[in-house]
Design a protein around this ligand. Structure first.
Ligand SMILES: Cc1cc2nc3c(=O)[nH]c(=O)nc-3n(C[C@H](O)[C@H](O)[C@H](O)COP(=O)(O)OP(=O)(O)OC[C@H]3O[C@@H](n4cnc5c(N)ncnc54)[C@H](O)[C@@H]3O)c2cc1C
Length: 400
């Protein structure tokens, strides 16, 4: 699948990451992880920390799937409102899903501190803007239910929003428990760390085309006809799950991102908070450490790369126009732009854990706007499942 086109900022900012060699022998390990994006890297982290021997394979150069295309905003807020999620899966589970996302941001910070690696992690505040008066009513409802469950949230009305952030909208939900990172950097640093410290083995340009599960073992076959025997396989293939999972669990869309030239401080908004909105598809906005503005959105409900790429110029203009409605005085100019495939599930939650048709496998499919926080949750749950520890993964299971 063609996951992205254009020039993702992170690849230019960081330069090419270390590449790994291609598998050209038959080998074995305890756990084989398919996919070296942020999800595979985090699964490797938790498993390696628990002393489990792991191999990671990737059909691309390591970490260059969707992880390079991400705008990497970390939010505990799921694409589905908490009050809507409660209607779908019940209060206890819905609140737990939100709490897990919140915890996962703290977990990611802890990992970065513990390994002494650099993922440009920064705590940020976040504004969820009401795109119209009707949506503000929904934000009021959402505020009450989040407050009831002690999730960090404030409700700003039109005047407060204007006064504090100079943004003209009906109102917003605000929290100061969000964050932003450079996912590509973080991902490559996790892999390098565990390669050196834990004996993690990484193979790039190694595609798994067939999997055969036997009683207590599982065999993966590569395109070049080598085999990897393991006790378990963790499937972290990002949006390309179709060769590994029989069931279709998500809808694939296309999304567009622009990055501005570095801006003078006076043109950046207060707290440089993350910004998104209630409209669907939504615009998502952040800044970078070198004072650029990154704006994504205007998603289309198709995944055809040709159709997607043909729209790139039009989408760039439309993104700038929408951004200017929010910040009319900001002289934003585009330096980088790209577009990418993006997967969403019906309820906004990821699929994590075992699947009845795929014995000896665990799936880590963190689809939706919270892909990275879901990756943290998936890595923790899967490690607990492998170690036989008690874990409550039912909220994210295929049977939910
Ligand atoms: C434009 C954009 C903006 C986003 N913004 C955000 C955001 O602000 N916040 C957020 O949390 N999330 C965001 N996301 C989502 C987030 O980036 C993804 O959820 C995350 O990067 C997925 O990581 P991954 O490791 O699961 O997938 P990937 O990074 O795609 O890694 C999967 C890897 O598996 C490999 N692979 C697949 N199949 C095989 C196979 N058969 N054999 C070998 N290798 C295989 C692929 O080559 C790939 O490298 C965004 C995504 C996009 C595209």
């Amino acid at each position: 699948m063609n996951l992205k086109s254009g020039l993702p900022f992170w690849l230019i900012k960081n330069g090419l990451a270390k590449d790994y060699r291609t598998l050209d022998i038959n080998t074995e390990t305890e756990v084989l992880i398919i996919g070296s994006g942020i999800t595979g890297a985090l699964c490797a982290h938790f498993l390696c920390e628990a002393g489990v021997k792991c191999i990671i394979v990737d059909k691309r150069m390591a970490s260059t799937g969707s992880t390079t295309a991400s705008t990497a905003q970390l939010q505990y807020e799921i694409d589905t409102y908490l009050f809507e999620l409660i209607e779908k899966i019940g209060e206890e589970k819905a609140v737990k899903a939100y709490q897990k996302c919140l915890e996962s941001i703290y977990t990611l910070e802890k990992i970065i501190k513990k390994l002494k690696i650099d993922g440009n992690f920064e705590w940020k505040s976040s504004l969820y803007l009401a795109s119209n008066a009707k949506d503000f009513k929904e934000l009021e409802k959402e505020y009450k239910i989040r407050k009831k469950h002690k999730l960090p949230v404030k409700l700003l009305n039109q005047e407060e929003l204007q006064k504090k952030f100079n943004i003209r909208r009906k109102g917003a939900l605000y929290n100061n428990c969000s964050a932003q990172i450079d996912t590509f950097k973080l991902c490559t640093e996790i892999l390098n760390y565990h390669k050196k410290k834990s004996g993690l083995v990484v193979y790039s340009h190694t595609e798994i085309t067939k999997i055969v599960s036997k009683k207590d073992e599982i065999w993966a076959y590569t395109k070049k006809k080598n085999t990897i025997k393991a006790k378990k396989i963790v499937a972290a293939p990002g949006f390309e799950s179709e060769t590994l999972l029989k069931e279709k669990v998500m809808q694939l869309n296309s999304t567009y991102v622009i990055v501005s030239k570095p801006m003078k401080d006076e043109f950046l908004w207060k707290e440089r908070c993350l910004i998104w909105e209630t409209a669907r598809p939504y615009l998502y906005i952040r800044t970078t450490q070198d004072n650029r503005i990154m704006v994504g959105g205007l998603d289309e409900e198709f995944q055809d790369p040709e159709k997607r790429d043909a729209l790139m110029d039009e989408k760039n203009e439309a993104i700038i126009k929408k951004f200017k409605k929010l910040f009319p005085d900001c002289p934003i100019e585009i330096d980088f732009y790209w577009c990418g495939t993006f997967g969403e599930t019906q309820d906004g939650l990821p699929y994590i854990g075992e699947h009845k048709d795929h014995p000896n496998m665990y799936f880590a499919l963190g689809y939706g706007g919270n892909g990275i926080t879901f990756s943290v949750i998936a890595a923790e749950i899967i490690t607990d499942l492998y170690l036989g520890k008690e874990t409550d993964s039912s909220i994210f299971s295929f049977e939910r």
